[in-house]
Design a protein around this ligand. Structure first.
Ligand code: PLP
Length: 475
């Protein structure tokens, strides 16, 4: 039997070599992939071979064959969706997490990863201005972070309505009425669907996509008293759930938290905030206005793999009501009811039991940046977005559709057909990558500045790429 380091060394050396090549290629490679998944199928598919392949050869083949099908998401020239790159310390920490191979469900079984994640969680609460006594869970992304917060909400609302959710399920119980802004992220609806809560009531928003607190007030009034009244629980309370948003996908706008939360609370609602990429504005002193009042909510979902730039995947759920969260996610609730004062076992705050220690790269990212470094990183994303918007607005034929208060810029080029053609041209050109989308009944080109490594040169290149594409489309 060879020594452990010999059994692993060839494969790890190959992975290290390929990783460095990949990262070095980010400066000048074409951003988009050059092959489709269907085209790559033959490389990886076919019948499962009868015989095995040495580990280092497996790594070589994987890296070589995958390369033309990889999107340069870690590149500073990638502006698609809302994605974010990988900070060096976070990427390296992620490798350690794989090597440590800790099943991070229980504090006593993997004390190091539990302690690291608890420290990361405390730093996050501090940085984002959220209640220090809240529970933090590390999920796969904001979708599951939101789901987790909403699951805690469901448990608390049903319990307070006098309904035993754990024993009797939803059927026959009071209906939880859910309220969302018209421009919430679709994954909020998905979370509500996963939880059996049905379709939410949609509340009107302003031009930037911010929920209108007066409209929310009316909708909640109607749910409690009007023809929309759907019955309270045995306790006489009507369960109400309001979902707000920090960071609109298209405009980057933030719901007016102070007003909207006051309205929701005056009706006894649970308030959940989807802050996938926007909650990070709270880490920047001069952006504090955007998130003012957000700490008054009950639960929050965010991503570490977007604005913070840890590698995929990592979301963060934060829930003030630790009893509700641990009852909703844990699976020994009777015992939990008496044990909620100490730290949770990791499995009690997320949907999974067994999982990787995905909070460790968060700790590494925060440790490597420090408080000032996080603020600087978010500040730079916003400054690049604002500068891009200003320079693009100066080009003839370009419309900037949103107030650029954060990291998102939505553009149009006259009619929808031209906008679609410009978008296709930029993607085909390959120097940068930006997403096409649809917002407020128009086709748009959306730029998201979410990568720590985007610099002045990348931003200038982005402006040139848009200008060149528009010139080419106009012939
Ligand atoms: C990205 C995003 C989500 C979903 O997050 P995932 O990390 O993809 O699960 C939810 N809400 C908003 C506003 C987002 O930007």
């Amino acid at each position: 039997m060879s020594a452990p380091e010999d059994r692993y060394s060839d494969a790890l050396a190959a992975a290290h070599r390929h990783t460095r090549q990949w990262l070095e290629s980010q400066d000048d490679r074409r951003v988009g992939p050059s092959l489709t998944a269907a085209e790559l199928a033959a490389e990886f598919g076919g019948p499962l071979p009868q015989d095995g392949t040495p580990a280092a050869d497996v790594v070589d083949q994987l890296a070589t064959k995958a390369d033309p099908g990889l999107m340069a998401m870690p590149s500073g020239r990638f502006f698609g969706w809302v994605i974010g790159g990988a900070l060096p310390a976070a990427l390296a920490a992620d490798w350690l997490v794989s090597a440590w191979d800790q099943n991070s469900a229980l504090r006593f079984a993997s004390p190091a990863t539990a302690a690291i994640e608890e420290a990361a969680g405390a730093w996050l609460l501090d940085l984002l201005g959220l209640p220090r006594s809240a529970d933090v869970g590390f999920t796969t992304g904001a979708t599951m972070a939101n789901f987790t917060g909403l699951a805690a909400a469901r448990w608390r609302l049903m319990t307070d309505a006098g309904w035993d959710l754990d024993a009797d399920g939803l059927a026959g119980g009071p209906r939880i009425r859910c309220f969302v802004g018209k421009e919430r992220h679709d994954t909020i609806d998905l979370g509500l669907r996963h939880l059996g809560l049905g379709r939410p009531t949609v509340v009107p928003v302003d031009r930037q996509g911010r929920i209108d607190p007066a409209e929310l007030d009316c909708a909640l009034d109607l749910a409690l008293t009007g023809s929309g009244h759907s019955g309270s629980g045995p306790s006489g309370r009507t369960p109400l759930l309001v979902c707000l948003q920090a960071g609109n996908l298209h405009s980057g706008a933030f719901d007016p938290f102070r007003e909207a939360i006051a309205v929701a609370k005056s009706h006894g609602a649970w308030v959940h905030v989807d802050g996938a990429f926007g909650l990070w504005a709270a880490a920047v002193p001069e952006l504090a206005d955007l998130t003012a009042g957000v700490a008054g909510a009950d639960s929050w979902g965010t991503d570490a793999h977007k604005t913070l730039n840890v590698p995929y995947d990592c979301g963060v759920t934060v829930v003030r009501d630790t009893v509700a969260l641990r009852a909703a996610m844990g699976f020994h609730t009777d015992y939990l009811m008496h044990e909620v004062t100490g730290p949770a076992d990791p499995f009690e705050t997320v949907p999974e039991l067994s999982r990787r220690a995905r909070g460790v790269p968060v700790w590494a990212a925060l440790k490597s940046l420090g408080r000032d470094g996080v603020a600087d990183q978010v500040r730079r994303l916003v400054l690049h977005a604002r500068r891009l918007a200003e320079e693009l607005a100066d080009l003839e034929g370009v419309e900037v559709l949103n107030d650029v208060s954060y990291t998102q810029v939505s553009l149009a080029f006259g009619d929808d057909a031209t906008t679609r053609a410009v978008t296709a041209r930029i993607i085909a050109d390959g120097r940068v990558w930006m997403s096409g989308s649809r917002w407020q009944d128009r086709d748009i080109l959306r730029i998201s500045v979410s990568n720590w490594s985007t610099d002045d040169d990348d931003a200038a290149l982005a402006v040139r790429a848009v200008r060149d594409a528009l010139t080419a489309v106009r012939g």
